[in-house]
Write a protein that binds this ligand. Structure first.
Ligand code: NDP
Ligand code: OXD
Length: 317
């Protein structure tokens, strides 16, 4: 029998344990959330499936051949000591992508249609009608044109938004104006609603800050630009978001990710008008789909076929 899969997923432990019962039937799993595994020797294990793993994971499991991320992002373990030089496979999944696009489209529509103000008036039992701009009057600028960014762009376009995109390397996407890293200023100056779908790397840490917000278009159909982020919280400077909203540089924000998660209860973001907060669940990994994906990739690896969705170690995503 092949060695079991090492699982260290800081998801809902009951759900992981329940779904693991029917996954990896040919090899089983060692679930580090199970107290019985605390002192188990992990040196015989070939594959690990990780999301926010323990800091000593790689010293306990020094002979891994492939690392699987429990999500699309890999930042939760890229800087852990002892990360071995083996392929890292991230989670790319149709359902995850679809759910992210749903979240992005919903947030853009909430700002376009003035939902924060409608919510406020509803609480006061006031009948305050409004004429919102049409989607086509607004330019949504999507930062990150990878798996998630490209799907979001497509669906925003279907809703009628004028969509533009920005990524490190140039992209050609039908019907969309795109910018590479050198076109940042031009991209920002056209953007009314900025959507962040970037991975966390040294280059994107602290990237969404006061200087960047001040380069977004002022005076578009919403009056002030809006910032939406579902990439990673450490890419945003939250004190800058708060002051940009308080001083009118930004008209609102939608945030799914935060510098510290869960977002501390004392954060001023909770109460800021025009800010929508979701608890990093824009596109959570679904365990059944995740385990099937890992099974498929292991089968490929063991049959000598190339792994899919492998992270470029130099780029960090
Ligand atoms: P991809 O790797 O497919 O795409 C990343 C995109 O970001 C690429 O277009 C890449 O450019 C661009 N990029 C990376 N670094 C830079 C940079 N320094 N400057 C400009 N562009 C850059 O990732 P996904 O689309 O699958 O996922 C994106 C991120 O979304 C994940 O890393 C994760 O952090 C987050 N996420 C959040 C979830 C949530 O629930 N909130 C769920 C899933 C993911 P290029 O194309 O040139 O390489
Ligand atoms: C991911 C996430 O990276 O859920 O998949 O944040």
């Amino acid at each position: 029998m092949p060695a079991p899969i090492l699982v260290d997923l800081k998801f809902n432990p009951d759900t992981v344990a329940r779904i693991l019962k029917t996954a990896f039937v040919d090899r089983g799993s060692v679930n580090l959330a199970d107290p019985e595994t605390k002192s188990r020797d992990l040196s015989d294990l070939d594959y690990a499936l990780l999301w926010k793993p323990d800091a000593d994971l790689f010293s306990r499991a020094p002979n891994l051949k492939v690392i699987f991320s429990g999500g699309a992002g890999v930042d939760s373990f890229m800087n852990l000591p002892g990360l071995p030089d083996v392929p890292i496979v991230r989670f790319v999944d149709h359902s995850l992508t679809t759910r992210m696009s749903e979240w992005v489209v919903m947030q853009c529509l909430m700002h376009q249609r003035g939902q924060a103000e409608h919510d406020r008036l509803q609480r006061r039992r006031e009948w305050g009608r409004d004429v919102a701009p049409e989607a086509s009057e607004l330019t949504v600028g999507v930062m990150g044109l990878g798996v998630l960014g490209q799907d979001a762009v497509k669906k925003l376009t279907v809703m009628g938004f004028n969509v533009i995109g920005w990524s490190r390397t140039a992209k050609e996407i039908d019907g969309i104006e795109t910018f590479d890293a050198t076109g940042l200023d031009a991209f920002l100056s056209k953007t009314d609603i900025l959507v962040g779908l970037l991975p966390l790397t040294p280059e994107t840490t602290g990237f969404y800050n006061a200087a960047l917000f001040s380069r977004l278009r002022q005076g578009g159909a919403l009056g002030k630009p809006v910032f939406i982020n579902a990439g990673r919280g450490k890419s945003q400077v939250e004190t800058d978001i708060v002051s940009a909203i308080e001083t009118g540089v930004l008209g609102g924000a939608s945030l799914d990710v935060f510098e510290v998660e869960p977002l501390p209860s004392e954060s001023p973001l909770w109460d800021l008008p025009g800010v929508f907060i979701t608890p990093h669940d824009a596109a959570s990994s679904e365990e059944n789909a995740l385990f099937r994906h890992v099974e498929r990739q292991i089968a490929r690896f063991e049959q000598g076929q190339p792994l899919q969705y492998v992270v470029d170690r130099d780029r960090g995503y």
